[in-house]
Design a binder for this molecule. Sequence first.
Ligand code: ACM
Length: 542
Amino acid sequence: MKSFLLTVMCSIWFFASWAQPNIIPKPTQMLVAKGEWTLGAKTKIGAPADAKWTKVAEMLAGQINKASGYAVKTVKGKGDITFALSSDTSLGEEGYRLLVTPKGVTIQAQTAKGAFYGVQSLLQLLPVEIFSPAVVNNVKWKVPYVTIKDVPRYAYRGLMLDVGRHFMPLDFVRKYIDLIALHKQNQFHWHLTEDQGWRIEIKKYPELTTIGSKRKETMKGHYGDHKYDGKPYGGFYTQAEIKEVLQYAEDRFVNVIPEIELPGHALAALAAYPQLGNNPDKIYEVGTKWGVYDDVYMPREETFKFLEDVLTEVIDLFPSKYIHIGGDECPKTQWKESRFAQDLIKKENLKDEHGLQSYVIKRVDKFITSKGRRMIGWDEILEGGLSPNATVMSWRGTEGGIAAAKERHDVIMTPNNFVYLDHYQADAKTQPIAIGGFTDLAESYSYDPTPKELSAEEAKHILGVQGNVWTEYMKTPSYVEYMVWPRAIALAEVAWTPTDKKDFADFSKRMEIHKKRLDYLGVNYFGAPINNKFEYAWPEKK
Ligand code: ACM
C-alpha cells in the first residue's frame, strides 16, 4: 500500500513537473524541469545591437504588451529575456536554443531568423492568452523551465495560395503570412496568374489587369452542372501593394515566391493580349469555369518578349531566389493544329509537342538564370526533358519528385494526396462544396517528404514540403481558413520535426491547446467554434 501511494505521488509530481509544453511544430530536443519563471511588468528584453535582432525583440515586446497591458521595453545587451548571438554552427541558419531558468529566458541563435523561431516557441510556452489582440487581465504569465535545442528537418517549409481563382484581400494575405511564420514555415508561394484572373500589376502591359483581372461571371457547383452566378468578379494587387506585403513577409522571415503560369493556364493574359495565343483574331474571354483550357501561349518570339518583360518586372519586385513559372496542365491541342508550332518543332529538331513545352521552359529557365534567380516548375516540366537549372514541385504524386532527385535536381514535395488542402477533410455530405478528393488531418500529418526510393545523396535534393491551396471553391478568406487550418499546421510539423519525434496522437493533443491560440487570432479553422457565425463558411450546400 505504501509503495502504491508512493507511486501515485511520484506520478503526480512527474506529470505536474514534466508535462510537455504544447509547442507546434514539436521541437527537436526539449527537456522540461519543475518550476516556472514569471514574466512581469518590469521584465526587460535585451538584444544585440543589430537592427534585425532588435526588430525581433520589439515584435516580442509588442505581442507581450498587447496581451498583458504591460509596457515591457527592449534594451541593448542583457535583459530578463535575453537574445544572444550563438557561435554554435550546429544551429544552422534557422535553429535556436531556448533556456528558461529562475533567472529568466535566453534565446540563442546564429541569426535573427533563428531568434525569431525561438520567439515563436517562447510565445507557445506562455499561457494561450498571449495571442490575444486585446489586454487579458488576471493572467499569470508563467513560462515553464525548459531547455530546447531546435533545428528544422527541411530548409523549405511552404504554403501556397491561389489568388487567381478567387482574389484574396491584402489584410488576409498578411494574416496568412503571420500564420505561416507562427508555425515556423518560411515560404509563401503566391499563385498570381490564372485562366480566371491575372492578379499582379505589370506596368508594361496594363491590360493584363484592366482586362485580365476581371471575369464576367463565375461557375457555380461542380463542372458539368452548367450553372453560373451572373456576377462580374475581379481584383488585382498593385506593385506598391505587393512591395508592402514583401516587407511584411521579410520582417517575419517568410520568403515570397511569385508564380507566373506558362505556357498553359494563360487565358486571362490572352484575353488582354490575343496576339500571344494561337489565333490573334479570336476574342478570348477571361475564364469563367474551372478546369483546364486549350487556349495556351503560342511560343512566337513576340510571346517570349512578353514573358521576359513580365518576368523582368516580377524579378525586380520580388527578392526571392526562386521564381515559379507553373508549367503544369498545358494541353497540346492548339500546338498540334498550328502550322507555326509544327514548323518550330521541325526547325528546333524537337521530338513532338512535349519537346516544344520543354523548349519553352528551357528558354524561360535560361532567362531566369541569367538574372541570377532559380526557376521552379510543376512536375510536368520533366516531360520532354528537364531544364538544367530547374527545381521541380512534385504534385501529381511523388514519382516526378523521385525522377528529378535521381537526376540531381532539387525538389519540393507537394503530392496531392497528402498536401492538397482543397480536398475534402471530412465526409463530403457534411461539408461545404469542395473540388473533390479526400485528405484528412491524419493523412496530411502522416506524410514523409523524403521518398524511400532515394539514396542518401539523392535525398539531399528534397528541399522540403508545401501545402497547396487552390481556391476554385474557396470564395472567401474565411472559407480558405476553414480548409487550410489545421491541416497546414500538420504539414508545418512534417516539415520541421524529425520523423522519430512525430506522433499523431500527441500532435492532436497539442492541437487542442493550439486551437485556443487560433481562436485568439480569429482563425476560422475546421472545427472552430466561430465556424457557425460565418454564413460564408457554408457558401453552397452540396
Ligand atoms: C496543379 O495542381 N495543377 C499543380
